[in-house]
Design a protein around this ligand. Structure first.
Ligand code: SF4
Length: 85
């Protein structure tokens, strides 16, 4: 299990509100527009920067859940990159 810091990007223009991500990583949540975003108060969320079209978040803890969420997303709206750059 990895405990590194890593970057998660969510392309809200690609997001279709299917919410396959939410059941795989509880740091992803539905916002009031019906699209996915990241809960800044969730465990393992260091930082969230959100615009209408994009969410860029820094997570720490186990990278597996975020990678599972990214793989489960049908339009590939989630990108997980190791490191915080
Ligand atoms: S699984 Fe992908 S398309 Fe579905 S809500 Fe999550 S980010 Fe959006």
């Amino acid at each position: 299990m990895s405990t590194e810091t890593y970057r998660v990007e969510l392309d809200r223009e690609a997001c279709d509100g299917i919410f396959a991500c939410l059941v795989r990583d509880e740091r992803f949540v539905e916002d009031d527009t019906g699209l996915a975003t990241v809960d800044p108060t969730a465990d393992g969320v260091v930082d969230v920067d959100q615009t209408e079209s994009r969410v860029v978040a820094t997570f720490d803890g186990d990278i597996e859940d975020a990678e599972l969420a990214a793989r489960a997303c049908p339009p590939n709206a989630i990108t997980v990159r190791e490191g915080s750059e």
